[in-house]
Ligand binder design. Structure first.
Ligand code: SIN
Length: 314
């Protein structure tokens, strides 16, 4: 269903895009999420007079994001998507966990209209913030005829929500979609599509029906030189339900960690692997190797395993 409407719903959740510093030239020491949704849109003159419905859902530094915020966001987005007056939705967010929220929504939100996440690397108080342009691109994308699904508008590119990864800690061009590349480029306010809009891939887990406090506990453990596996034993003793091992290279896992993973599996804990490399994920498998979720980053694999465990429990 593609709405005829031009109204865009805009929800602010915090992040650097809404961050302000005491000194304008301070690009590091700022309060993420200081500004409301209204203040964010007021800073973009090109949005003046546009049909927007804004609301401030959270004022988080996204490193503090929790499952309760996801559950709330999912519910709010579902109710807005059902309203015919909205062409699409924009979500402003911190960059630090953007790849996680994008994956979570891609797997849990039926989005026949565009749901566009956006963010910024420079706070709103910077001499030359990147947030206003990203926000403008996101609003335009939310109205783009034919667009659908969970998308990310950032730095003049459009990414599929399921393919996003943050690559850089502070440079402006901080994101990539790995080998998949961007879905579209923003060219003077228009979108040049490089491939089809991403198809929906909804996970069957009944995530909206289970309170976030009861979502399965899944933790990430990294494989590295000198790994002992003791952290896995400690997590199993502490009641963890799933583990993602962020492996080296193509998802290889230190022998000590593999042995600990075998003990975890024997104790009924689900264990998968991912790659700690910045691109490529994990391809192929060998006899007895732990399962993996392909190109998903370790943080995205954590969500996927949580959803799998939730579906298995249902
Ligand atoms: C955050 O993720 O909330 C802070 C960092 C950022 O948005 O770049």
């Amino acid at each position: 269903m593609q709405s005829e409407s031009r109204v865009v719903a805009l929800v602010a959740t915090g992040g650097t895009i809404a961050g302000t510093a005491a000194r304008g030239d301070d690009l590091v020491g700022y309060d993420a999420g200081a500004l409301s949704a209204e203040q964010l849109t007021a800073a973009v003159p090109a949005l003046a007079g546009e049909a927007l419905e804004t609301w401030t859902l959270a004022r988080l530094d996204s490193c503090d994001l929790g499952h309760a915020t996801w559950a709330l966001l999912l519910r709010e987005l579902q109710s807005r998507l059902a309203r015919p007056e909205f062409a699409g939705i924009v979500v402003t967010h911190g960059t630090d966990t953007l790849e996680e929220t994008a994956w979570f929504l891609h797997r849990t939100l039926a989005a026949p209209k565009p749901v566009v996440l956006t963010a910024a690397m420079r706070p709103a108080s910077a001499p030359s913030p990147d947030g206003p342009q990203n926000l403008l691109d996101a609003v335009r994308l939310a109205r783009e005829p034919g667009a659908r699904g969970v998308l990310v508008a950032f730095g003049g590119k459009v990414y599929a929500g399921s393919e996003l990864r943050k690559l850089h800690g502070w440079q402006l061009d901080a994101f990539s979609a790995g080998d998949a590349g961007a879905v579209a480029l923003v060219e003077d306010g228009a979108f040049r599509r490089l491939r089809d809009w991403p198809a929906p891939e909804l996970h069957p887990a009944p995530v909206g029906e289970v309170p976030p406090g009861r979502w399965p506990r899944v933790e990430i453990v990294t494989s590295h030189a000198g790994a002992s596996g003791r952290i896995v034993d400690a997590l199993v003793a502490d009641g963890v339900q799933g583990l993602v091992i962020a492996g080296t290279g193509n998802g290889t896992v230190h022998t000590a960690l593999r042995e600990a993973a075998a003990r975890a599996l024997a104790a009924g804990v689900a264990v998968v692997r991912a790659s700690r490399c910045l691109a490529g994920g994990v391809v192929g498998t060998t006899d007895g190797a732990l399962p993996h979720y392909g190109a998903a980053t370790p943080a995205q694999a954590r969500i996927e395993l949580m959803l799998d465990l939730l579906a298995r429990r249902a």
